[in-house]
Design a protein around this ligand. Structure first.
Ligand code: F6P
Length: 361
């Protein structure tokens, strides 16, 4: 009999519980194996009290629940673990303790459900001899080598619903409504919710924007009789550089920070060039919460069962992934090489532009 350890790392994501349930059910029902749930990501592997068996009872009723029953944290990289020394925080390599604890627990395979950061840690543990299997997780959908990550579809639903709601109030008050969504590096949420929610302007990190072009898009809508506009902006979107790019960048970064984010920054600039009322909504962590959609429940469940199949086949150092409609696996190394960004000349951006949406360029 085998013992599988499972942990969830990094930011939480709707569908994590579907993965945990998938792993537990297929390991216990399909193979009669044991599963140990590790609390709070890799942090849990530094504290044996945080590692306890997961049974069929532990996963009962969790499929529709957001978050993760195992807890998670963004801290706790065992290769660079923050410890306090004489009042200052220093970083220590505690990976040997993690490897020793994995042995003590009798774990034969470690299933790591995480984004780029957690999967990189899993890869390093693999190099130290730990048999690891990865499951991709991020609401941003910016992980390479998988067409979709679970959580993304739920985040899109939340963002699209917000855009629908902003539409009616924007129209009533003849306002420009700005919705700031998540996406520090990749604009997938802004782009696809923008298309689904009929935004007039979509600003993403991959396409530096020109405020004057946004203003003319808004005013030409007014000229055509639509006295309101909806702008969706990814948190990592950034204005295009002038001739002195470096100085410009530092100034703009400061202004964005001072104003409290890119949504507020765009609002200020629009107010400076147009005589219109502008309001900003920052959607924030609402995008990470709530019950997963059908798509995310199914995808999470499929990834969970795939992870157990991978353990059974001895496919270590690999990550479960979705290619087209098929679940398969790829080396973790390939998945974490860099992020999967929106292609500014790709079909989805082109579609948005052909629909009359303005990408700020
Ligand atoms: O990667 C997921 C994500 O939700 C990003 O979209 C966002 O920038 C970040 O996490 C927020 O992190 P935190 O919850 O630590 O503020």
């Amino acid at each position: 009999t085998q013992t599988i350890g499972i942990l969830t790392g990094g930011g939480d994501c709707p569908g994590l519980n579907a993965v945990i349930r998938g792993v537990v059910k297929s390991a216990i029902i399909g193979h009669g194996w044991r599963v140990i749930g590790i609390e709070d990501g890799f942090d849990g592997l530094l504290n044996l009290d945080k590692c306890t068996p997961l049974t069929l009872e532990s996963v009962r009723g969790i499929l529709p629940r957001g978050g993760t029953i195992l807890g998670t944290t963004n801290r706790g990289n065992p290769f660079s673990y923050p410890v306090e020394q004489d009042g200052v925080i220093v970083h220590a390599d505690r990976s040997d303790t993690v490897v020793a604890n994995i042995k003590t627990l009798g774990i034969d395979a470690l299933v790591t459900v995480g984004g780029e950061g957690s999967l990189k840690i899993a890869l390093e543990l693999g190099k130290k001899g730990v048999p690891v299997v990865g499951v991709p997780k991020t609401i941003d959908n910016d992980l390479r080598e998988t067409d979709f990550t679970f959580g993304y579809n739920t985040a899109l639903e939340t963002a699209t619903d917000a855009l629908d709601k902003l539409h009616t109030t924007a129209e009533s008050h003849h306002r420009v409504m700005i919705l700031e969504v998540m996406g520090r590096y990749a604009g997938w949420i802004a782009l696809e919710s923008g298309i689904a929610g009929g935004a007039d302007v979509i600003l993403i990190p991959e396409i530096p924007f020109h405020i004057d072009r946004i203003c003319s898009a808004v005013s030409s809508r007014s000229a055509r009789g639509s006295h309101f506009s909806i702008v969706v902006v990814a948190e990592g979107a950034f204005p295009a550089g002038g001739s002195r790019v470096v100085a410009h960048e530092a100034d703009e970064r400061q202004a964005i920070e001072r104003l409290g984010g890119i949504g507020q920054f765009v609002a200020k600039r629009i107010e400076q060039c147009l005589d219109m009322d502008v309001r900003v909504t920052v959607l924030g962590h609402l995008q990470r919460g709530g019950s997963p959609t059908t798509f995310d429940r199914a995808l999470g469940s499929r990834f969970g069962t795939k992870a157990v199949q991978m353990v059974a086949a001895g496919e270590f150092g690999r990550m479960a992934c979705l290619k087209g409609r098929a679940i398969t696996s790829v080396p973790i190394e390939d998945a974490v090489r860099d992020l999967k960004l929106v292609d500014p000349t790709g079909e989805i951006v082109q579609t948005a532009e052909e629909l009359g949406m303005m990408l700020g360029r």
